[in-house]
Structure formats: C-alpha cells, structure tokens
Design a protein around this ligand. Structure first.
Ligand SMILES: [Zn+2]
Ligand SMILES: [Zn+2]
Length: 265
C-alpha cells in the first residue's frame, strides 16, 4: 500500500560510492538516491546495483512506485542500472508510465538507454542548462552545466517543505555558489584533496571545495555522498562532524541505506 503524501518526504541513499574503484569493488554501494517528495518518487542516478538496493531496502522500496528517473550524466556509476530501473518502474514494460530525464549526450551520443526500453516510458525529457521540469506536484531545475568530462547537470528540487540542491559530479567553479542555495545541500564529495586534479583530467569536488561551499551557502542541512577511495580513508563521518563544528551548520556523511526524513528538518 502506498504511504500518504504527508509521510513520504524523505531522501534515501541507495548507494554512496563515487569513484571507479569504490564502485567496482562495491566498498560502498552505487544505487543512486531515492527522493520521495510530497508523495512523488524520483530516482536519481541509478548506478550499478540500484534495483537490488531498492528491493533489499528496509522497508522495501518498490520501483513500480517510481514516477521518474533522472540521470544527471552518462557515467556508469550514475546510469549502470537505468535500463532495468525503467523496466521495473513500468512493471516489466507492461505499463506505459514514468518519465526519464537525461542530458542529450546520454541519449544520443553513445546512448545509455536501449531503444526498446524507451518505448515503455510515458515521456523522455532532455536536461539542459537553465531547464525547469515537473513531475506531478514537484518541480525541479537544472540551473547550469557542470564542469565534468560528460554533459552533466545538478538539480534543485522544489518541494512544499524545502528546496533541495544536489550538486552532482563537477569540479568547483564560483557559479555553483549562485545556483545551489537549497535548504538541503547534497554534495558529491569524490575527492579528499586536490592532487593536480585538473591536469590529470579529474573534475570533482574535493574537501577544501566543500568546506568553502558550506561556509558560503550555510544550508540547513548538508549531506556528503558519492565518496572516492581517499575520502573513505579520511573517514567521511569524522570530516562531516569536523565541518559541523567548525562552521556551525549541520553536516552529515551519507552511508549506504541512510534515510533522511525531511519532515524533521
Ligand atoms: Zn560519479
Ligand atoms: Zn561523473
């Protein structure tokens, strides 16, 4: 039985892995993030294992209750399970329903969604810079293109209770501060330190970037997720606590299966 809209205001981290080695070894799971906002269910970035993480969740998350799936970019850790999740959302393709949101690159250039699977969806919407979208009562926007090797957009969700900014994979650039001013700030915290990252072609936030962003934005709640190996070694929970104490804002490090109740904000 579906819960009432009032009860379904939460974020559940199906996985918190963020770099190739962490994903391929499954040191952390890589299932993406389930948003239940005013009773609307949206799955963000269904990486490898997303389906298994949904059905083994306690309480179980039923993919047939999904209203939409968002793929922020075409990297495998963000879309490995997108095909099976569309199939599960549409009850094996027997019900034409649900919307898929993805950047053009993920759909056209070396596409990550099979053509036969696309037919199960009610609609596919292309994410673009400055785009605004709606899923039932929830609206969201993709304010700007990220600096990342694939075409990538972060998300601002608008709910009846709060705004949620999800800064997915990107290196830091000042415009991020203008556009992600949500009450809840989710940061993909892949890197611990900058080790000449850009020269090496690594375009991710590091812990210094994160510190600067939280200091500047002062959200009601910050959640770190999508950890790389060195972040894991540096103990994300301790880093989050350190940041909370230093800045005086609540900062959490997500763990696999962590559920954040938005009614308790
Ligand atoms: Zn990633
Ligand atoms: Zn990426």
């Amino acid at each position: 039985m579906r819960q009432t809209a009032k009860e379904t205001n939460f974020i559940k981290f199906l996985g918190t892995a963020g770099a190739r080695f962490v994903v391929s070894t499954q040191l952390r799971a890589s299932g993406g993030v389930w948003f239940s906002l005013d009773g609307v269910n949206i799955l963000g970035d269904p990486g490898p294992g997303s389906l298994v993480r949904c059905v083994s969740s306690r309480p179980k998350l039923n993919p047939a209750h999904l209203d939409a799936i968002i793929v922020t970019h075409r990297h495998l850790d963000h879309c490995g399970d997108v095909n099976i999740m569309i199939e599960a959302m549409t009850e094996g393709g027997t019900k034409k329903k649900g919307v898929l949101f993805a950047p053009r690159q993920a759909l056209e250039e070396d596409p990550v969604v099979f053509l036969y699977i696309r037919k199960f969806l009610e609609k596919i919407e292309v994410l673009k810079e400055g785009g605004t979208y709606r899923v039932k009562d929830i609206s969201f926007s993709t304010p700007l293109k990220h600096q990342h090797p694939a075409e990538t957009y972060g998300i601002n969700f608008q709910t009846s209770r709060c705004t949620i900014s999800w800064v997915v994979d990107t290196c830091f650039f000042p415009d991020l501060l203008k556009h992600y001013r949500g009450d809840v700030l989710i940061l993909n915290a892949v890197r611990f330190k900058d080790e000449n990252d850009k020269e090496k072609g690594i375009y991710h936030l590091n812990f210094d970037d994160i510190k600067g962003m939280v200091k500047e934005l002062k959200p009601r709640l910050t959640i770190l997720t999508h950890f790389g190996m060195k972040m894991l070694h540096a103990r994300p929970h301790e880093l989050a606590m350190q940041l909370s104490n230093e800045i005086g804002c609540k900062v959490l490090a997500a763990s696999d299966g962590m559920r954040v109740d938005l009614t308790q904000l």
